[in-house]
Design a binder for this molecule. Structure first.
Ligand SMILES: Nc1nc2c(ncn2[C@@H]2O[C@H](COP(=O)(O)O)[C@@H](O)[C@H]2O)c(=O)[nH]1
Length: 346
């Protein structure tokens, strides 16, 4: 079977399904894995939340400009946490520091840095990508297509020369190093402000927007997380729900069918415009509950900017089935958000 669904196929939105079916018909596409966070992407030919394999060709534009985008965590045992984060005292200071931590910031959209906690650990979680270097690589890819296969969206595999792959790896490496910088500097912030004691926190990183060039072909992951060895990965759910921490079950046959990938989030159920409509349909008491819970995100007028509203939990799909439909995953932990910083250096 060419396409394997790790989600209820009948629940996939129609426009996402249509673009997926059109893509499936192309002769040079091998197997496809579809994850629960699948959703329509207006920019390119295949929805987000999908991985697919090719052997003779590769699709350089399919992951968009933010190649290398992913999620990293720094995990701190509860025994090293000295006190709860004081939002009133330190939210703005943390936000300002996050702003200055790297040259290019977190970026817009869903990119975020959060402190999240489970029963046993405090996590610093960051979701960000390759920023301008990714845009540069995207433009290089457009030029390559124009030169070698005008009017098409694929290149013959021979065009993935050692130089090309080296350049591509440089972009992925840059995105990964930015994530590491964010979590390490946030750890410094927490140490300096006596929130955590010195220790040996554990770092884990994963990427969900990439082409993986291997001997047997190319795995394209468009908003689907790469599973490597037995490493843990974060599946962020939403600003109000937190995240799932999972790892691959290497004994489960589904892992190969999933192309060593999994969902990279809960996935949007409402477009950004529909999310705003939903917000305006809420009762005053419901809105006030959000205002109280996320008081640090209110603007000077005491309301949320629309960029924040578009990210609230109602924008995202229910995540209850995430593990049930992906049997190749082992649940390691589940977090609840403490504080989230969004949108820096847009
Ligand atoms: N823990 C948090 N998860 C979040 C937040 N905002 C979004 N999300 C989830 O991340 C995925 C990935 O987003 P994408 O832009 O790469 O598609 C998304 O599907 C949500 O489930 C947050 O603030 N905290």
């Amino acid at each position: 079977m060419k396409t394997v669904y790790f989600t209820d196929r009948s629940a996939v939105e129609q426009n996402a399904l249509q673009s997926l079916l059109a893509f499936e018909e192309k002769p040079n596409i091998g197997s496809i894995a579809v994850f629960p966070d699948i959703h329509f992407c207006s920019e390119r030919s295949i929805p987000v939340g999908v991985a697919f394999q090719t052997t003779e060709v590769f699709y350089p534009l399919v992951t968009g400009k933010d190649m290398g985008c992913g999620v990293a965590y720094l995990r701190i045992p509860r025994s090293e946490v000295l006190r709860p984060f004081d939002k009133a005292r330190h939210y703005r200071a943390l936000e300002r520091e996050v702003h200055r931590m790297t040259e290019e910031g977190l970026g817009g959209g869903n990119h975020f840095l959060a402190l999240e906690a489970s029963a046993d650990y405090l996590y610093i979680i960051v979701h960000t990508g390759s920023r301008n270097l990714g845009i540069y690589m995207y433009q290089q890819n457009c030029r390559l297509l124009q030169q070698h296969n005008p009017g098409q969206d694929w290149l013959p595999i021979e065009r993935a020369t050692p130089n090309y792959r080296h350049e591509y790896e440089r972009v992925l490496g840059y995105a990964a190093s930015r994530r590491r910088e964010f979590v390490e500097k946030t750890y410094d912030f927490l140490r300096r402000n006596q929130y955590v004691a010195a220790g040996a926190p554990v770092f884990a990183d994963s990427c969900h927007n990439l082409l993986e060039f291997a001997a047997g072909g190319v795995i394209h992951r468009k908003g689907s997380t790469q599973l490597l060895g037995e490493s843990e990965v974060v599946i962020p759910l939403s600003m109000s729900r937190g995240s799932l921490i999972v790892k691959p079950n290497r004994w489960n046959r589904a892992l190969e069918q999933a192309l060593w990938s999994c969902a990279h989030g809960a996935g949007r159920q409402y477009s950004r415009t529909d999310t705003l409509k939903y917000w305006h349909s809420l009762k005053r008491a419901e809105k006030d509950a959000y205002r109280q819970r996320f008081a640090e995100l209110l603007n000077r007028q005491g309301d949320f900017d629309s960029s924040i509203l578009q990210e609230f939990d109602f924008a995202y799909k229910d995540s209850a089935a995430l593990l049930a439909t992906q049997p190749h995953l082992i649940r390691c932990d589940e977090t609840r958000p403490i504080v989230t910083v969004k949108f820096t250096g847009v």
